[in-house]
Ligand binder design. Structure first.
Ligand code: DOR
Ligand code: ZN
Length: 352
């Protein structure tokens, strides 16, 4: 399909980092401009481990949403080895908790309180399977002797597969899948397993941060892999397959914390993610499946209705200019540069 205008249900972002304080104030308006809802990651400092923390965090996020935007934060809890089935079960009774996030300890930003031994959290996972609360996994093993490019595959073999055999009823999202192995595994599994895909993993491969000099603003976790993996992700995302939906993993860090001896992982995309994704679908000749990926497949997995409002995307004659950096009161944050021009303008003021 080639088109210059496309109207879709308002998109959602099924994996988003909003941080807190001044960073939150600076980044929330970009997400709430283009997305109706977002699954909010709980890896703040301290992490969001209790219902009360989630309620407070949600209120703070809502306060940062500009009055003219409509945006619903969908909250998650951070799973630790101290989490109990009773706590998670009773938290889930409050409708604001939509999922629980499993970070293997040491896998990424603020994952120190994460899970070292997944057998220890089995009682919580069994309770979640019982009440239908999805588990969101950061699918990488963290053993220091495992090559960083093999971490996703090993996670599937040593954690995800055995876990799914043990608790087949547990609904699981493999967050930010990055390999052809991951894509094939999700495709060949039953409907209790789905995956989110980011905009940046559809656009960059490992050359982006390693070739021609170290480029910290293309460094994220899981790291972008070889070209064949990027192509597999593009095929899955644009296929319309209900198991794949958009999760930006937009993860802002101050530039000073990325441009240093031990830079943080994370790419800030919420400002241009929808334009990037639409361009990818256009490049693949699959604009007819865009709505499934960004607006329909996610709510279907979570058992929520799709947004009733609509978004119009139309092609402009000149490339849309996004800032290279945004300002926060703590410093600047670099915006993802897809290295191609974006001509797709987002118009949220569509008549019902
Ligand atoms: O690149 C990443 N940044 N990957 C993650 O899993 C976490 C995120 C963050 O919070 O900075
Ligand atoms: Zn993330």
């Amino acid at each position: 399909m080639s088109a210059t205008e496309i109207v879709i249900r308002r998109p959602d972002d099924w994996h988003l980092h909003l941080r807190d304080a001044s960073m939150m104030a600076a980044v929330v308006p970009f997400s709430s401009a283009d997305f109706g809802r977002a699954i909010i990651m709980p890896n703040t400092l301290p992490p969001v481990t209790t219902l009360n923390q989630a309620i407070k965090y949600r209120e703070d996020i809502k306060k940062a949403v500009p009055g003219e935007h409509s945006f619903e934060p969908l909250m998650t809890l951070y799973l630790t080895e101290m989490s109990t089935p009773e706590d998670i079960g009773s938290a889930a009774q409050n409708g604001i908790i939509k999922a629980v996030k499993l970070y293997p300890a040491g896998a990424t930003t603020n994952s120190e309180s994460g899970v070292k031994d997944w057998q220890k959290v089995l009682p919580v996972l069994e309770e979640m399977a019982k009440i239908g609360l999805p588990l969101l996994v950061h699918g990488e093993v963290t053993d220091a002797d495992v090559d960083i490019f093999d971490r996703e595959e090993l996670f599937i073999d040593t954690v995800l597969s055995p876990l799914r055999q043990k608790i087949p009823e547990l609904r699981i999202v493999m967050e930010h899948v990055t390999t052809d192995t991951g894509v094939n595994y999700v495709m060949s599994s039953d409907s209790n397993l789905a995956a989110t895909i980011t905009a940046h993993h559809l656009i960059i491969n490992r050359n982006a941060y390693l070739a021609g000099g170290i480029k910290p603003h293309y460094y994220c976790l899981p790291v972008a892999k070889r070209e064949k993996h990027r192509l597999a992700l593009r095929k899955a995302a644009t296929s319309g397959d209900a198991k794949f939906f958009f999760g930006s993993d937009s993860a802002p860090h101050l530039d000073g914390l990325k441009e240093c001896d031990c830079g943080c992982a994370g790419i800030f995309t919420s400002i241009n993610a929808l334009g990037c994704i639409t361009t990818v679908f256009e490049q693949e000749g699959k604009l007819e499946n865009l709505e499934k990926f960004v607006s329909l497949n996610g709510p279907e997995f979570y058992g929520l209705p799709a947004n009733s409002s609509k978004t119009r995307l139309y092609k402009t004659s000149r490339p849309i200019r996004f800032p290279e950096k945004i300002q926060t009161s703590g410093g600047t944050v670099t915006v993802f540069n897809p290295l191609f021009a974006i001509y797709w303008q987002v118009d949220n003021r569509v008549e019902e």
